[in-house]
Design a protein around this ligand. Structure first.
Ligand code: 1GP
Length: 251
């Protein structure tokens, strides 16, 4: 079962960019879920990422079942912890926090949850997760108890991504953290993209279509936006159009 991953690889071969809307079950009101789904369908959103660093509410399965029953947009888990693995989703970003040196988030939690993850039947996508400094401590940088990559140290990001790829990770996800004050620079994205073959996901603090577009031009394959959309749902269409306007010849 590698449907979503093979789709990502195929799109990368065609220099086709994707837009993922991040739904944090803690942040999204059940009442606004339906309208976010409708807007996303209309805008041609490629994926829903579901997850968050914390899970204050205990209704993850319910939220995912609701999404699945109302749209064909694939649901990809972006878990902040093993408790956020739901068999109702389509695929799992199986994250290893390779920018940090916290063994729990590199391998420890994976060992503990491996039988459950395997039994879930989810498409598992091994993902090298690189947290980059977002200008102020973000929830992920605090919770992970691991230093993020300094925002101006492109070389560290490049070597981290290269190591992740050579260790067999099939995706690299660079994240400035949800609500980051400063998103990842295009120069860092470009440097990483030029040194890896696997699809590159970029998120954290992206609040406008221009930045999404420039990130894609720099080499991002998937743009993730959460916070900004929760505040201004009309951005779904604007950012989706910007991401999908990036064509091979323009890269
Ligand atoms: C966070 O990359 C995601 O992990 C999205 O961040 O909520 O800032 O868009 P935002």
């Amino acid at each position: 079962k590698m449907n979503i991953y093979s789709g990502l690889v195929e799109k990368k071969l065609n220099a086709q960019k994707s837009f993922a809307v991040l739904l944090d079950p803690d942040a999204v009101e059940p009442s606004s879920l339906q309208s976010l789904i409708n807007l996303s369908e209309a805008a041609g959103v490629d994926y829903f990422f579901v997850g968050g660093s914390l899970m204050l509410s205990a209704h993850l399965d319910e939220v995912i079942e609701k999404i699945k029953s109302r749209t064909r947009i694939p649901v990809v888990l972006f878990p902040g912890s093993p408790s956020q693995v739901s068999p109702f989703a389509d695929a799992l970003l199986y994250l290893s926090l390779i920018s940090g040196r916290n063994p729990e988030l590199l391998i420890g939690q994976h060992v503990v949850s491996a039988p459950f993850v395997k039994r879930s039947g989810l498409e598992v996508m091994p993902t090298g997760y690189i947290v980059v400094d977002g200008g102020a401590p973000t929830t992920v940088s605090y919770i992970s108890n691991a230093a993020p990559v300094p925002s101006d140290k492109n070389d560290i990001a490049v070597c981290t991504a290269m190591a992740g790829e050579m260790l067999g990770m099939r995706l690299i996800y660079m994240d400035a953290g949800s609500g980051a004050r400063i998103p990842i620079t295009e120069s860092m994205i470009r440097a990483v993209a030029q040194n890896i073959e696997v699809p590159l996901i970029v998120g954290g603090g992206i609040t406008d279509p221009e930045k999404a577009y420039l990130n894609c031009k720099a080499g991002a394959d998937v743009i993730v936006v959460g916070n900004a959309i929760e505040k201004a749902p009309s951005l779904i269409k604007e950012i989706s159009d910007a991401v999908h306007s990036v064509k091979r010849e323009a890269v």
